[in-house]
Ligand binder design. Structure first.
Ligand SMILES: [Zn+2]
Ligand SMILES: [Zn+2]
Length: 419
């Protein structure tokens, strides 16, 4: 038999309450659940109703009023759905002073409650129930939106607000800011990233004068400083598209990087002004070009790219320029075999790699000194190619000219990542 539900004055479509639904409701009514939890057992019936409204309609239809359940006394949710004001004020306290334009929300539940929910579903034969956690999260999101005016949703949130129900507190995860750009390094004494002291591993010791670092500063620190200060972040990560040697400059259009600012409290940034500040504060040692806001996908892109690079290298060799020219035309377009150089063998596995020199030419020659421009595949060790690295690179410039070669300087002229 189908019981007709009462007319809906609000115009919300009325769902049919058939014998199956009625039987389920009659089993559910004595379980000591609050109207929210009762209505949710039938949550996928009657679209457009709140769960308590749905419970009332079912109660009227089956002629059995909703049992009075004391506040906090719900056998399932323990009153979680009756404490919105508390949750909202906890949420507001936890996000106080944070700038964000999009949020996502969630909740942590006692696993016992979630298990009990499933038991109740099967006991009453609820086939159209909605889960407590999903319903809580949806309501929680709506209420935060209403209180803050900030849109919620799972797409690209800047903070995640988590209600920890068993602990009675709100946890906030602040997502990083990503800034993508290109850096130029005009100094031959700074590494790309902060380099912890080997003796103390960053804690600070006599050897590093308490700094915890091998070098006083790095591109990472010089780039990050103004961003960190402005965002009140808690730290940074620096992702470069490869790296140059400490004593090599990075010229041309610079090297692509992504700076990740962790737990920023401020997100409105004038990227151009901050880049200018980094340049001034670094005394011109580091410049940031083309800064734009980015995302985690850019980190992957930067880490996985293997662009060709152009170098300018200054070498000393006691031979006439004709000999150098001859060697360069021999290597152009040719694969060279490079065994992992001795200087990096402590952090890279020892293997032999094949790399190609695309172009090579002499741009300046004087008595025993030559400036060469080279373009090579990603991962070519230029210094080793020039000097030979004790035969670990073959063919090498020293071998080809039959005289020792010393590299005097090395600059990266261009990263060909956009070709
Ligand atoms: Zn409840
Ligand atoms: Zn140290």
């Amino acid at each position: 038999m189908t019981v007709e539900p009462p007319a809906a004055p609000d115009g919300v479509p009325i769902f049919p309450i058939d014998a199956t639904l009625e039987a389920s409701a009659r089993k559910a009514w004595p379980l000591g659940l609050c109207p929210e939890c009762l209505g949710r057992l039938f949550g996928r019936h009657g679209h457009g109703l709140s769960n308590p409204e749905r419970a009332v309609r079912i109660a009227n239809a089956i002629g059995s009023p909703i049992p009075a359940t004391p506040l906090e006394g719900c056998a399932l949710c323990r009153g979680a759905f009756d404490r919105w004001e508390t949750w909202i004020s906890r949420g507001q306290r936890a996000t106080e002073g944070l700038e964000y334009r999009r949020f996502a929300c969630g909740s942590r539940w006692d696993p016992e409650i979630l298990a009990r929910e499933e038991t109740i579903w099967s006991e009453v034969g609820a086939t159209h129930a909605e889960a407590a956690r999903g319903a809580f999260n949806r309501e929680w999101g709506k209420r935060i939106e209403a209180a803050t005016g900030i849109p919620g949703g799972p797409l690209d949130p800047e903070v995640v607000v988590l209600a920890d129900l068993p602990a009675g507190r709100v946890e906030v995860t602040i997502l990083p800011i990503y800034v993508r750009g290109r850096y130029r390094k005009l100094d031959r004494s700074i590494p790309q990233t902060r380099w912890p002291c080997r003796r103390c591993e960053g804690r600070g010791c006599e050897h590093c004068a308490g700094t915890g670092k091998t070098y006083p500063t790095s591109v990472e620190e010089l780039v990050a400083a103004p961003f960190l200060a402005t965002t009140h972040g808690e730290g940074t990560r620096f992702h470069g598209m490869g790296r140059e040697d400490i004593d090599a400059r990075m010229l041309g259009r610079g090297r692509p990087f992504v700076l990740e600012v962790l737990r920023p409290r401020v997100r409105t940034l004038d990227l151009i002004a901050l880049s200018e500040r980094a340049k001034v504060a670094s005394e011109g040692r580091v410049e940031i070009l083309e800064p734009v806001l980015a995302g985690p996908a850019d980190v992957l892109r930067v880490k996985e790219a293997t662009p060709e690079k152009s170098y300018r290298v200054g070498v000393r060799a006691d031979v006439p320029v004709a000999k150098i020219n001859e060697a360069l035309s021999f290597v152009t377009g040719r694969a060279i075999a490079q065994r992992t150089p001795t200087r990096v063998a402590h952090r890279r596995s020892d293997l032999i790699r094949s790399r190609r020199i695309r172009h090579a030419r002499v741009v300046e020659a004087s008595e025993g000194r030559f400036t060469l421009d080279l373009r090579a595949e990603a991962g070519t060790y230029i210094k080793e190619w020039a000097e030979g690295d004790g035969g670990r690179t073959e063919p090498n410039l020293a071998g080809l000219i039959g005289a020792p070669v010393t590299v005097e300087f090395l600059d990266v002229l261009e990263i060909h990542d956009t070709e």
